[in-house]
Design a protein around this ligand. Sequence first.
Ligand SMILES: Cc1ncc(C[n+]2csc(CCOP(=O)(O)OP(=O)(O)O)c2C)c(N)n1
Length: 691
Amino acid sequence: MHNLDWRAVARNVLLARELDQLEERELAPGKMNDPRKMIKYQFSAGGHELVQVLLACALDHPHDAAGVYYRSRPFMLSIGLTAREALAAGMARVGSPSEGRDVGVVFNMPSRGRATALPSAGDVGSQFSPSAGWAHAIRYRVRVLQEREWEGAIAVAMGGDASVASNGFWAALNIATTQNLPLLFWIEDNGYGISVPAHLQIPNGNIAANLAAYGNLKIFECDGTNPREAAQTIFDAVRYTRENGTALARLRVPRLQGHTYGEDQRAYKSEGQIAREFESDPVLRLREFVLQNGMSANDWDEMVNEIRAELRAALSEAEALPDPDASQATRFVYFDGIVNAQGGLRKENANVEITNGAPERDGSRMNMLDAIRKTLEHELRVNPRMLFFGEDVGPRGGVHRATVGLQKEFGEARVFDTSLNEEGIMGRALGLAWAGLLPVPEIQFRKYADPAQMQLDDIGTTRWRTANKFANPMVVRMPAGFLVKQFGALGDPWHSPTNEVVYAHMPGWRVAFPSNAEDAVGLLRTALRGDDPTIFLEHRGLLDTTNARRPYPGDDFCLPFGVASRVSEGDELTVITWGECVYRCLEAAQNFSGRVEILDLRTLAPWDKEAVLASVKKTGKALVVHEDLHTAGFGAEIAAILAHDAFSDLDAPIERIASTDTPIPFSVELLQAVIPSVEKIRAAMERLLAF
Ligand SMILES: Cc1ncc(C[n+]2csc(CCOP(=O)(O)OP(=O)(O)O)c2C)c(N)n1
């Protein structure tokens, strides 16, 4: 704080302001008619500049990171984003942080010697729990990996006053305060979320006052237009977070323009209020302040002129940048051999490789649950960057018992219980992965991943959205489906949906749904050593059943994704299935020996089209069986591919047997009416064989 270079602060504040004004006057829709040169979505940071520039000055540790949001451009310009890149981003050009893939103010930036800008997203509130994940990674890298160079680093989660009403804010608040993580919640309070006043977001509209009594949270607050007060508060807040742990800073600022360019504030702000906000413009106050502290009015004007000239040059350079190459639009959904700049094990040179040996099959048979536990245990042993967490996974060993003994063996830093918040579990995983660790969260039951849907979407798309700058491999285990008891299957609407199709529909994710212990081990290990995020579904009805037991295939066994397994051979009908339905299909096919070929897909993203097409070419008939609901289930995708790619090979209509389009019922009788029963499958086989 004492060494603060106010001239440099003024320069960055003015750069941000002049950039906004250039866009507003010449480049926004209505001002610019050439769509290639238009800033199609203009977000002014007018009023927010000073606090952001001061924050950037305070973040001087190379492993500091900030979860930025769409109004964070002054901060971005202060940590190394160039004006040319900023303009190129608005025009969706190559050479911008997302290479034209994302909105111009949705930033990401690996460290350029200053703080890392974690990949932001358009969803308000999504930045908080990943920032908590980065803060958690700092702690882990210092205490577990003994990397002293991470000591003293912090994460900052930046948001507006309305964002404090989001799930993500509360998820991150509980993560950080229960573990006292070095995370600074940074709330730029301009009083509005678009048009909705802050008092409709939280009581009295003041998050600092509301959280005054929150445990393990130090509150800072200031007038973000007053240079001396703001600088003191911001440096104090950053120092507190570095030295003690979680803090929240509320910076009161005006929002001088509408939410986005062209939005008329007069619908919800009086003329008087708008005028008062302009009077409190931090640029005016900063000018007054620096003029009182040694800078002359001439110096100031010269600085403005220099910046204007610099922006003109940056604009010409940005306009000369090419548009993205359309042939590259599908690139970087998955890892394709080019190591990203930030995130994931490969970037860290972690020595965990996917091997391709044969499975060992001479041991005694093990159930799928024990096989999964054994695999997790081995990978935790060989990969110190792996962390395992979720609800009840610690001393209890998980409600499914997949982690029994793991906390005892590896300690609470590596295997730990989380707060009950799936958004937080997945968001934290994202931040951990960006910081070079391997998060392996457990979602207790498939349906309870739903509160995390926004994070799950964003996890899948980060590599693509950042044009391969950031990656976040992780493995998310999710038990799904009904249970098997002595009397048969038992389900209910909460613990039993499988709904795997949702994940197959989300770009960037790999999806595994193994049917036996050997495949589970091989696929899990491949995922744990891979470069992409993976959803790993474990059917509850297979975890401890005899049919899914296999010998443990060995500590190095990896199974590639996208390779189906032929579990029964036949030449008259191809059955395509996965998960628990594999066994239903095998039972149903008993009457038709040698006639029915059953393919267990094992993974849905990617899925083995080649094997399916080759088999259908041979048999001429196809039946898809899955436990997920019928309408728009993954079977519909398979049927559509077959209808197109195997049209001339088909001798019968493609059939699908799936759960009825209802929730999964509790009554045993109702359940049998809903899920694909052996009888229904057998009847479909019979129909098709006779067709
Ligand atoms: C999850 C989600 N809901 C709604 C929106 C639409 N939206 C974008 S910004 C915004 C207001 C956010 O206001 P605030 O957090 O106070 O930040 P400010 O824009 O004032 O800086 C809304 C409702 C969104 N982007 N994401």
